[in-house]
Design a protein around this ligand. Structure first.
Ligand SMILES: [Zn+2]
Length: 150
């Protein structure tokens, strides 16, 4: 069985390829995709790949994710490739980039941070440096490495 057959081709939508092995569900969560809006979402985990040893693939039918959406996954799946498909053909291919700010993607790991109290505030994590990534909670100012957030 070839890799192409493993997950069927989609007619229209977004394919996230080269997602780090085992991270597909975290990616879906960061994208706020919970399967309740009716679009077909196909997840393949631990697929063999030349680039990475194993990878995850996510196919979201009938939805074209915008860069500001897919950039939400830049820390979780930094090598992900975003393919936009129309009539079974890729018409746009792009990489993910770390945005200046992550809103409601990650919780601040500081238990005394106001964003972890019952206050109705969003989780806002700013990127103070992108390569290598260094993040900071906008509320408590704690500096955070990607590993503390993922
Ligand atoms: Zn904080």
């Amino acid at each position: 069985m070839s890799k192409e057959q493993l997950v069927r081709k989609i007619k229209e939508g977004t394919v996230l390829d080269h997602v780090e092995q085992g991270r597909a569900l975290q990616v879906l969560q960061a994208l706020n995709i919970d399967g309740k809006n009716g679009n077909i979402v196909t997840v393949a985990m631990n697929v063999s790949s030349k680039k990475l040893r194993k990878k995850d693939i996510i196919k979201i039918e009938n939805r074209f994710l915008k860069p500001e959406e897919t950039n939400r996954i830049a820390l979780i799946a930094p090598r992900a490739t975003v393919n936009l498909i129309r009539d079974y053909q890729v018409f746009e291919k792009r990489k993910v980039e770390i945005p200046d700010t992550f809103v409601n993607v990650f919780k601040c790991p500081n238990p005394t941070c106001i964003s972890n109290s019952n206050e109705p505030v969003s989780y806002i994590i700013d990127a103070v440096r992108k390569n290598p990534p260094l993040l900071r909670c906008r509320y408590c100012g704690r500096l955070l490495s990607p590993n503390e957030l993922i």
